[in-house]
Structures are given as C-alpha cells and as structure tokens.
Design a protein around this ligand. Structure first.
Ligand code: NAD
Length: 495
C-alpha cells in the first residue's frame, strides 16, 4: 500500500505517504518488500515504507529522462522553473507546522528547531535557487577576432540521483533538489531508510506547486539495494551524495564501474576549534557548545574537537561544562527541547562505545558520558566532554557523530595547526582570537572547506559548503552548487 496512518503529537492522526513516487503518482515496491522506521524517542516501530527495487529505480530514471527531454530540461524557461520553486517554498511555509511535527517525529529533533531551522532553512534554500535560476550565465570569449567568437552554454547535466542522510532529512532534500531543479535537471531521490517520511510528504507539495510529472521521483529504500541501483544505473548522469566516507567511497566505485557518472560527495568531518588566549572565553564556549550539541551532535560540521591555548584551558573547560549541563534535553514534541535522542539504538551504542574507548585511551570525562537518565526506550546520550586527549586517540581521529567533544591544550600557533590539521577530514574549522592578523594567518593554514572566525556553524544557501581531504568532492550551495548541476558547452561560432 502507498499510504498509512500515523499518530503525531500536535497533529493527531494523519495519513502519510509510504510508497514510491514516480511521475507524480504513488506506487508500491515492485518486489513488494517494506522496511520499518523506529521512533528515536520511544524505540517503538513507527511505519512500514516501500523498499524500492532496482526495477523501481529504473522506472524512476525513465520518468526523469522523459521529463528532462520533454518538459523541465528543455522546454521550460528558467523563469518558470524559478516560479515553481518559489511556489513550493510558499507551500512549505504554509505547511510549516505540519512539516516540523513530521520531521520531529521522524528524526527525534525538537519540534521548534525543526520549524525554525530545518523547515525555515529549506524554504530559504528553495527561494535562493529560485532567484538564481534565471541569473546563471555563460561567457563570450573574443578569442578568434571580431567575427568569430566563442560562447559558453551552461546546460543541465540531465538525470541526477540524489542520496541523502538522516540527520537533516528536510534540509538535505532542499540542498539537493533546489539547485538541481533550478539548473533544469530531473531527479531520482533516495532519502535515508531511517527518515524517509518528510521527503515523501514533499512529493505531494511539489506536485501541488505545479512541478511537472517526472521531475522529482522519490524511491525510498536501503542503501545496499536502492542506493546501489541508483549509483550503478547506466542512464543517470550524476549522483549527488551526503553521508559517510565509507558509503561515499562505495558510490564513487559504483559510478566508476558503471557509466562514469559525475559524483559529488558531502562526507563527514572532525572539525577543530582553535581557541587562543586572547579570545573571549564565554563567547568561544557558547559557540563551541552550539557547534557540538546542536542536533545532538549528529552534524557533519559539528565542532567535535576543541584545542585551547594553555592560559585559558581550565577556564574554557569550566565554561563549556556549564553549557553542557544546561543544554535543553527533552522530548522532541516539547517546544522547549533543543537536544533530542540520537537517531537509532545502533548510533547510540556506537557513541557509547567511543566514550568507553576514549576512557581506556586515557581521556578524562569532564561531564556526561552516559545515557540520559530519562531516556526510557529512546536513544539519548548526555552532552559529553572528553579532555586531555592526544592525537593518536581513536576518539580524536574518528568521527563520532554524537554529542561528544574532545579537548586538549596547546602552547603555540604551530602546535595548534598541527593538532587541527592532523586528521583525514577537512570539512570545517574555527579560530577564536582577538588578533585579526592571527585569525587571517590561521584561517589560511587550516585544511577546511569552511572556516568560522569567532563564531560557528552559520550556514546560508548563498555560501558554498563542502570538504577538503576526505570530507568530500565538490561544493554545494551558492553559485558553486548550481554549477555542479550544469555542464559547460563551448561553442565556436563561424557564421
Ligand atoms: P550513510 O552513508 O550510512 O547513509 C547515507 C545515505 O546513503 C543513506 O540514504 C543510505 O541509505 C545510503 N547508502 C548506504 N549505503 C549505500 C550504498 N552502498 N550505495 C548507495 N547508497 C547507500 O550515512 P548516515 O549514517 O546516514 O549519515 C551519517 C554520516 O553522514 C556521517 O558520517 C556524517 O558525517 C555524514 N554527513 C555528512 C554531511 C555533509 O554535508 N558533509 C551531512 C550529513 C551527514
């Protein structure tokens, strides 16, 4: 079946889609399998979703190809694409309370955060790309004299597979779909098997916004089956992925082994904060706390390592501890909650395992380290600080993807940079100092796709985002994000 009933705290009983969305229509899985989702706050089963097969992915690709050729990619003006994206943004805003409630029950995040951050930022992303759709131009190159010149066309890549994770289901959907559609691409989207709900609800809104059949096709399913079928499909021109390094590597291999489809990857991070003696300790602690405990630490650019100059190390840790102990932990449906459960029992156990490893490796637990006492059947872990860590520790090198920050002190700038740059990741970093020249110097030397100075985790649809080193390939957002869904044709004119 393609729809089911779900009891949602602020909405009552609602009918939600659980099927496959192709050509603006719902269908069940061709191999009639389903997979279940679990409510992270209770540990109880929530819904059964259609598990898309390779044949379903193929149907979705055919629909996308047809739409690309006949409507969206070739016969619709950029201004019309912009209008449809703006209309979708309007509908998301109209349904903001409903989307936030569903996102919250789906992922465990606090409903207020889901509304004010996830839904609002998704709407902003759609509007940004609606605005950019008809303002993305090629060049004219007067290379061969006055009569012959070269111009470039920025053409949409075509049919794009999009595979997204569970930590920001709505926002990652918007980051992927908005630039692809603005560029004129058609998509086959696979949401995470842990959080497929809101991506499916958005399909109906996209249809209501007038986005033609075949432009957004959504096939829920597992990574190893549905995701792999997307990565290997011979008629998908590009795959855009956000998730773990392990999966990113698999997708790259599958793409290379099939039709060499283009690949962009947004992967993990282990982002360092460098706090120098001249920094405002309270402010630096507040930004660090927000960076690591927002979304319960399940954030690719979480501030998961903090290096503090020796003069303020103890003072900084005391300030950060205070922040940890006043984080608003609670139930997702409570408006006051900013810190909800982790996504799954598996993720909770993985994080607890890291905390144990950290202790064995010699790290000092400053605060936290346990399941939240009121967890019940849910998957909460307390905000945790592991101090006095060293570079060789697993907890310092590996992404924990939970509410655990590791800390250590440094003496000199050189030492700070050595600590910051000695990981395989390079997604984000921050520098806290009162010295503008020092900030500029450090920023230039950090291996990171984003550097925040005296602040953290501020993102905007107009600002490029992506990783150095194993944190990814390519950039999302901004004009770079649109460019990633186009290809350039150089036209040598001789008329
Ligand atoms: P994951 O890699 O396990 O899954 C992400 C998506 O990939 C899911 O939709 C999953 O079904 C799919 N997938 C899994 N195996 C696949 C395969 N073999 N072929 C194709 N698709 C497959 O990651 P996750 O556990 O959902 O998310 C956590 C990880 O994602 C963390 O490491 C985190 O850092 C990273 N992340 C990065 C960003 C970013 O923007 N850089 C954002 C969010 C999360």
């Amino acid at each position: 079946s393609t729809h089911a009933e779900l009891q949602v705290p602020s909405l009552g009983k609602v009918t939600v889609p659980v099927g496959i969305f192709i050509n603006n229509e719902w269908s069940p899985s061709s191999f009639k399998e389903t997979f279940a989702t679990i409510n992270p706050a209770t540990g109880e089963k929530q819904l059964d979703f259609a598990h898309g097969s390779a044949a379903d992915v193929d149907r979705a690709v055919k629909a996308a190809r047809k739409a690309f050729k006949t409507t969206w990619g070739n016969n619709i003006a950029a201004t019309e694409r912009a209008a449809a994206l703006n209309k979708l943004a309007d509908l998301m805003e109209r349904d903001s309370d409903k989307l936030a409630a569903l996102e919250s029950i789906n992922s465990g995040k606090g409903v207020r955060i889901a509304r004010d951050a996830d839904v609002a930022d998704s709407v902003a992303c759609l509007r940004y790309y609606a605005g950019l759709a008809d303002k993305f131009f090629g060049q004219t190159i007067p290379h061969f004299g006055k009569e012959k010149f070269v111009y470039t066309l920025h053409q949409p890549i075509g049919v794009c597979g999009q595979i997204i994770p569970w930590n920001y289901p709505l926002l990652m959907w918007a980051w992927k779909v908005a630039p692809a559609l603005a560029a004129g691409c058609c998509v086959v989207m696979k949401p995470s098997e842990l959080t497929p709900l809101t991506a499916l609800v958005l399909c109906d809104l996209a249809k209501e916004a007038g986005i033609p059949a075949g432009v957004i096709n959504t096939v829920p399913g597992l990574g190893a089956t549905t995701g792999d079928a997307i990565s290997r499909h011979m008629d998908i021109d590009k795959v855009a992925f956000t998730g773990s390094v392990v999966t990113g590597r698999r997708i790259s291999i599958a793409a290379a082994e099939s039709n060499l489809k283009k690949v962009t990857l947004e992967l993990g991070g282990k982002s360092p904060m460098l706090v120098f003696d001249s920094a405002d300790v309270e402010e630096a602690a507040a930004w660090t706390a927000m960076g690591i405990w927002f979304n319960s630490g399940q954030d690719c650019c979480a501030s998961s390592r903090v290096y503090v100059q020796e003069g303020i190390y103890d003072k900084f840790l005391a300030a950060l501890k205070k922040k940890a102990e006043t984080v608003a932990i609670g139930q997702p449906h409570d408006e006051a909650t900013s810190f909800g459960p982790l996504i799954s029992a598996g993720q909770r156990d993985k994080v607890l395992g890291y905390i144990e490893t950290g202790k064995k490796e010699g790290a000092r637990v400053v605060t936290g380290g346990q399941k939240w006492p009121k967890s019940g059947g849910g998957f909460w872990i307390e905000p945790t600080i592991l101090a006095d860590t060293t570079l060789d520790m697993k907890v310092v090198q590996e992404e924990i993807f939970g509410p655990v920050i590791v800390a250590a002190k440094f003496k000199t700038e050189e030492e700070a940079l050595e600590l910051a740059n000695t990981t395989s990741y390079g997604l984000a970093a921050a520098v806290f100092t009162n010295d503008a020249r020092q900030a500029t110097r450090i920023t230039a030397a950090l291996d990171a796709g984003t550097v925040w100075q005296n602040q953290y985790a501020l993102l905007h649809a107009g600002v490029p985002f992506g990783g150095f080193k194993q944190s990814g390939i390519g950039r999302e957002l901004g004009t770079y994000g649109l460019e990633a869904y186009t290809q350039v044709k150089a036209v040598h004119q001789n008329l």
